[in-house]
Design a protein around this ligand. Sequence first.
Ligand code: SF4
Length: 293
Amino acid sequence: MAKCLMCPRGCAVDRNSGERGFCGASNEYIIGSADLHFWEEPCISGRNGSGAIFFSGCNLRCVFCQNRDISRAVLGKKYTESELIAKMLELQSRGAHNINLVTATPYAFFIARALEKAKKEGLSIPIVYNCGGYESLDTLRALDGLIDVYLPDFKYFDENLARSYSAAPDYARIAGEAICEMHRQVGKLVLDEKGIAVRGLIVRHLVLPACREDSKAVLKYISEILPAAEVTLSLMRQYTPDFADADAPKNLKRRLTSFEYDDVLDYALSLGFDGFSQGRESAKKEFTPRFDK
Ligand code: SF4
């Protein structure tokens, strides 16, 4: 990647010659963990688990990230393309309901090529693209036809929040355009007879402490750019302050209250969204994945 423009950061660094952009990724795959994962939405994890591959490096690096070992420190194991393909096929043979590409954005062009090869070698389970929502349209178009289920976050509406928490003041506009492109490619969520996602769009939103008005603005914006009936919403309550930066804003140092979450959930229902909600027990450090170092 001689001039990386893979995401909206547009760093234009030469990753082939060792330069690193905002995400910290090189031209080699660094993978924090690749295993069956049971803590996604029920239609993604199912009974057998999701074949989750956690890529290291991130183009958002949120100040509260629960995966900070791989989003900030870019820790993990190096994989060649053929090792990645072999891992996908192994997860399929272990019964994974899907291949779940977590934070694949900094590797998206490489992954498109790997997926084409893997499908020729027998990979047939759905491919899930699980990302932060800060995606470039050109990159998403390169994935058209290769991804079955898009699972993006939609994190913020307010530009000051997006700047302060993820250094991305244009986040809402970019994420809005991205989910429209994702919807154009895969449409509304489709489940198989066992309730497993085979195609479609699920938008995640994590409610943050003291940010419920922004959460409502996010939901309202989504309902303005796509019909609520076309979007499966995963409204997340799992925020835990355990991972917040030492100098993160004070509101991120506490847990979300039930009042805050329920208020946003009621609003989502009033807009006509359907989908997934989380119970209070989800806000535990134990539910975060462990990574190879
Ligand atoms: S993928 Fe990484 S290096 Fe490339 S533009 Fe995005 S943040 Fe910059």
